[in-house]
Design a protein around this ligand. Structure first.
Ligand code: 5GP
Length: 239
């Protein structure tokens, strides 16, 4: 497989075409952004850490029967993925209250959510990814009812797998965002990435923040924390 021209450059990742029309190369950069690109920094090693973190998680999800776009690691900062037609919806599951939920509803950070909540946001930087409901998704045709039901079921399935995995390693999976797309077989696959850039992870005992909130809130040791989380899960970043 041959890497070809860049197709798209997002805030932290770039997508390249390949000589296979059904495969892309996903390149994880060191760029780190928050607040819709208002705060941007280069963090040494982050591209490598997130690429390997994502590969590890996607493989675990795949093994649990969740279809993902991940195919293989291509190098330290790049992976081969299936080409998906992405649906413009961010699916968020929350096990504990944090972030925008706390701001929106005035609830206490860290409150356990039982059952976990499921929220959808429109993927639109210019509009700051507004929260949307299933009626909006249906009326505007952002996904069919069947696709939405599948995304919701898969997002909860991911929770079952990852919540237990993080807990076994002494951490709480607080919340996370997933994005999905349609492959050439017409099926929904998990796309984008799963890394500490797009989820919240706290130490189980101290509730220390180990995810991108360290960057958002200027807590320092951002990539060091991502690596610590990964090592606790059994990821070898030197491999
Ligand atoms: P919140 O709605 O509290 O800002 O985010 C909920 C969860 O989804 C957090 O784990 C957050 O990192 C993730 N998330 C939501 N929107 C985005 C996004 O646009 N980019 C990334 N990387 N993560 C997001």
């Amino acid at each position: 497989m041959e890497k070809r021209e860049e197709l798209y450059s997002g805030k932290a990742k770039s997508v390249f075409k390949t000589d296979d029309p059904d495969r892309y190369v996903l390149a994880f950069r060191n760029d780190t952004s928050a607040f819709d690109g208002v705060k941007v920094e280069q963090l040494d090693r982050k591209g490598m850490v997130n690429n390997k973190f994502n590969a590890f998680i996607m493989a675990k999800l795949q093994a649990a029967g969740i279809p993902t776009h991940f195919e293989s690691l291509l190098g330290d900062t790049e992976s081969v993925v299936k080409r998906l037609d992405m649906l413009p919806i961010e699916c968020v599951v929350r096990n504990y209250a944090a972030g925008s939920l706390v701001k929106r509803l005035g609830v206490t950070e860290g409150q356990a959510l039982t059952p976990p909540t499921f929220e959808t946001f429109l993927k639109d930087d210019a509009l700051h990814d507004p929260m949307i409901n299933e009626s909006h998704i249906r009326s505007f045709g952002w996904a069919t009812d069947e696709q939405m039901a599948r995304m919701k079921a898969l997002t909860y399935q991911v929770n079952d797998v990852l919540k237990a995995m993080f807990l076994d390693a002494g951490m709480l999976l607080v919340d996370y965002k997933l994005e999905f797309g349609v492959y050439n077989d017409g099926e929904i696959y998990l796309g984008d990435e799963f890394s500490p850039d797009g989820c919240r992870i706290w130490d189980k005992d101290t509730r220390e923040k180990l995810d991108k909130d360290r960057f958002r809130q200027d807590l320092g040791n951002v990539v060091e924390s991502y690596e610590l989380v990964g090592r606790r899960l059994g990821i070898d970043f030197d491999a």
